[in-house]
Design a binder for this molecule. Structure first.
Ligand code: CBF
Length: 834
């Protein structure tokens, strides 16, 4: 890199490379400089917000030097890059992560203390970057951390939403959505006003035949919107590698506003184009696992993939290689079907703009893309109406029809006259209106398709994608079990536990190789180690108890069992079963004498999570949890034996506080519905035990940590269909304990019963699709086993230590290495000064 810097600039460049801070004093100087110059504030009135801003800018300076070097290193190496296309990146806060990954949190802590600030208060000032709904977006964020930490040449591409996921407020027990304007001050992004791409929408296609008899299609007219790049540096842990996340923001192509309209007095319309263009990247759709088929969403998808592909192709073309080498230089991973239009866009670029033959182009396309499926839920599988496509992206629709034609011809050759097979696998669904099935397009356009946990990967092969396994053969379908980054989810979220572990493993190397956790199992009988283990959990619970008091006004006893379910609210995740179980517990307690009650294990049931604004049933669940809390938490008979808490506005930074404080967490989806889940991994890594169904990654977690360390219950995925069939056509009675719970609700124990009738009748009158009643008995019984196990504190600590020691498999580093080897065919880049 150094040799490439021109002679006149080299001296200054070299001096600049060593700038930044080496120690506390250097850090302080940088902070003061940023307060006084960049922020134009005086140290005289520097508050925590200004300290956060200056501290972030100081770290950003460090990051950006490494970011530059990493980009240069990758360009000079000229090796294959991976591009991770995700419509969601749920990053959370950046400062703490940057300090830890760079390895200078101690320096910052000491420096800030000298300037009169507590580092925790400074970190708290940062607004979460909440550009995601839940698991899918957070997985993408963990992957970025691993890609950088493992020194892979990788870029993330996403959308820079002006409004991330809404902020949730609970008012009178109901969810209220408030916009999340997070960009007021964001030191972690770099606008690249020089990196822009014109994106076309609407218009029409003309075709002509050239001198060689080849048909040339041209997409003309319509409207142009400008995509502007914003770059976010992603620091690797204990490596100088700093990768790039490029987020696109939309802007009117025609400048700021229409002067002609403005001058003629048409003030409102003079800004209309600008506003329409900016709408594209304005908001994140707040649905998790649900497809709504809205035009603006399709616009977002095309805007983002077209800009990203333009960028990727431009970078490739600089290398002046032949097109056939594209898949040797570029791997693109489709995070769910949201970026599937990229398949069509690359084919369009190669055929329409670069003049390649169809076959040659298609070969390049399919060797470039990999597709990750994250759900089998039918309501989440994306479909777009053909008329909408025709209107918005007329050339892409033609290409999709051609892709489908060639694909169906190949199916026909393999399965002659099997018309039903053709109809089932077709990319176009022959409905009214016709629909484009994005998952089918993603499968046909990729060389590998993976699920995200073993059970899930098996399920996609035997259910939704069964026909495709016959068409393409089983090798195209694979599994990569999800993982989480131990940097954020252990080191950052639970510093004391991380320190205790490193004191026993001999170093912090377990943060790079999580399988080293196994070493702590040798200490599971060591008294001092066990004592400290338990003390750390207790301290984390005390911290959460304070937060609960501050935000809800409720006192909870940190010695009680903290039972936590925090995740998006969804019927398939079954928060309704949890709250019915809590009501059952409450009714049982009420029926006991004061003496008998004393034998009961005290519990705090903690819930958190957002409901999609249009998801009525999910909102009803939130309301019931709050209504039960209002009664139980004020019942003098019950006291500390049971408390019910709903934590408002669950997000990444709250998760970092809640997860280390949990004794038990609930992952209780109807078997076969949760593709993987990743919070299950985070909870166990922090020494909490799980109550769960045989679903998603719970199964692999059980295999790793041992059946004695997890509380499994409920029906198995393979039986779910038969049970549902029986609900509809056979005999069906609601579990008697659940009947009592319903009676209590209907009597008005928790307020107006009509408010909750939807939840009751879903189970009682509408076929109980999520098997709440079928699993209720075993859920209650298993909760009793939990109580018993928790009373044996020594046994509980042993379970907790054993579980953490055996979690090595669930690092996102393992996961990224699997993608790199099995799907992307890419190796890490050597970093000399590591
Ligand atoms: O694979 C990551 C996660 O993705 C989801 O959140 C999704 O949006 N489809 C799934 O619901 C999770 O099970 C999964 O862990």
């Amino acid at each position: 890199v150094e040799a490439s810097i021109p002679e006149p600039q080299r001296k200054a460049w070299l001096a600049h490379q060593t700038s930044g801070f080496k120690d506390k004093d250097g850090f302080e100087t940088e902070v003061v400089r940023h307060v006084e110059t960049t922020l134009a504030r005086s140290m005289y009135n520097c508050d925590e917000q200004a300290a956060y801003s200056a501290c972030s800018l100081a770290f950003r300076d460090r990051l950006i030097l490494e970011w530059n070097r990493t980009q240069q290193r990758q360009t000079f190496a000229d090796s294959k890059r991976v591009y991770y296309l995700s419509l969601e990146f749920l990053m959370g806060r950046a400062l703490d992560n940057a300090m830890l990954n760079i390895g200078q949190k101690d320096v910052a802590k000491a420096g800030l203390a000298e300037l009169g600030f507590r580092i925790e208060d400074v970190i708290e000032q940062e607004h979460d970057a909440a550009l995601g709904n839940g698991g899918l977006g957070r997985l993408a964020a963990c992957f970025l951390d691993s890609l950088a930490s493992l020194n892979y040449s990788a870029w993330g591409y996403g959308l820079r939403y002006r409004y991330g996921i809404f902020k949730q407020e609970i008012i009178d027990g109901y969810q209220v959505e408030v916009p999340d304007y997070w960009l007021d001050f964001n030191p972690w992004e770099f606008p690249r006003h020089d990196v822009t791409v014109d994106i076309q929408f609407y218009g029409h296609v003309t075709k002509r035949t050239d001198d060689n008899g080849k048909t040339i299609a041209t997409w003309e007219g319509g409207e142009i919107v400008k995509a502007v790049a914003y770059d976010v540096p992603i620091p690797g842990y204990a490596t100088p590698s700093t990768n790039n996340l490029r987020l696109w923001s939309s802007k009117a192509a025609s400048g700021e506003f229409d002067f002609q309209k403005f001058n003629s007095g048409d003030y409102e319309n003079s800004v209309a184009d600008q506003q329409r263009a900016e709408t594209i990247s304005a908001v994140l759709y707040p649905n998790d696992n649900l497809d709504r088929g809205k035009e603006l969403r399709l616009k977002q998808q095309y805007f983002w993939v077209a800009a990203s592909l333009y960028d990727i192709v431009r970078r490739f073309k600089k290398s002046r290689r032949a097109w056939k080498e594209f898949p040797d230089q570029v791997a693109i991973q489709l995070n769910d079907t949201h970026p599937t239009l990229a398949v069509v866009e690359l084919q369009r670029i190669l055929v329409d703009l670069e003049g390649l033959d169809w076959e040659e182009a298609w070969n390049i396309v399919t060797n470039t893309f990999g597709y990750t499926n994250h759900t089998v839920l039918p309501e989440a599988l994306e479909k777009w109406s053909v008329p909408l496509f025709q209107h918005l992206l007329p050339r892409h629709l033609q290409l999709i029809y051609d892709i489908n034609l060639f694909f169906l011809q190949s199916v026909e050759r393999k399965f002659p006259k099997d018309r039903e097979m053709l109809a089932r696998v077709s990319i176009i669904e022959e409905s009214q209106p016709k629909m484009v099935r994005m998952a089918h397009l993603a499968i046909v356009g990729s060389h590998k398709v993976n699920g995200v946990a073993e059970l899930h990967s098996d399920l996609i092969k035997t259910t939704i994608f069964k026909d495709f396994v016959e068409v393409f053969g089983p090798d195209k379908f694979t599994n990569v079990t999800n993982g989480i980054t131990p940097r954020r989810w252990l080191h950052q979220a639970n510093p004391r536990l991380s320190e205790l572990i490193s004191s026993k493993t001999g170093s912090q190397n377990f943060l790079k190789d999580l399988t080293e956790l196994a070493k702590i199992e040798h200490y599971k009988d060591d008294k001092a180690f066990r004592k400290e283990w338990a003390e750390i959990k207790y301290a984390n619970k005390v911290r959460l108890a304070k937060h609960i008091k501050k935000t809800t006004g409720v006192d909870v006893n940190p010695s009680a069992l903290f039972d936590v379910q925090v995740k998006r609210i969804h019927e398939y995740k079954r928060q309704q079963m949890n709250i019915f179980g809590v009501i059952h517990r409450y009714l049982t307690l009420k029926s006991l004498s004061p003496e008998e009650r004393k034998k009961f294990q005290p519990r705090v049931s903690i819930f958190g999570g957002k409901a999609a604004p249009g998801y009525w049933m999910a909102k009803q669940i939130i309301h019931l949890i709050n209504a039960v809390g209002a009664v139980v938490n004020n019942d003098k008979d019950i006291g500390d034996l049971l408390k019910v808490i709903f934590l408002e506005d669950y997000n990444v930074s709250k998760a970092e506080m809640i997860i280390p404080a949990s004794d038990l967490s609930e992952h209780i989806s109807t078997a076969g519905t949760e593709a993987s889940g990743t919070s299950n991994m985070k909870f166990v890594l922090n020494g909490g035990l799980i109550i769960g169904t045989c679903d998603g990654a719970n199964i692999e977690i059980t295999r790793e940590i041992g059946e004695q360390n997890i509380f499994l219950f409920g029906n198995l995925a393979e039986d779910v269909e038969d049970i549902r069939h029986n609900h509809t056509y056979g005999s069906y009675t609601v579990d008697p304990d659940l009947v009592k719970v319903f009676e209590a609700i209907e009597k008005g124990t928790f307020g107006e019963p009509n408010d909750f009738m939807g939840m009751i009748s879903a189970v009682r009158d509408h076929g109980d699709f999520y098997l709440v009643s079928d699993d209720f008995h075993s859920y209650i019984e298993t909760q009793e086993l939990v109580d018993k196990a928790y009373r044996d504190q020594e046994g509980w600590v042993t379970k907790s230590i054993e579980s953490v020691a055996r979690m090595g498999f669930f690092s996102s580093d393992r996961c990224i290495n699997e993608y790199a080897e099995g799907i992307w065919n890419i190796e890490p880049l050597a970093v000399k000064d590591q």
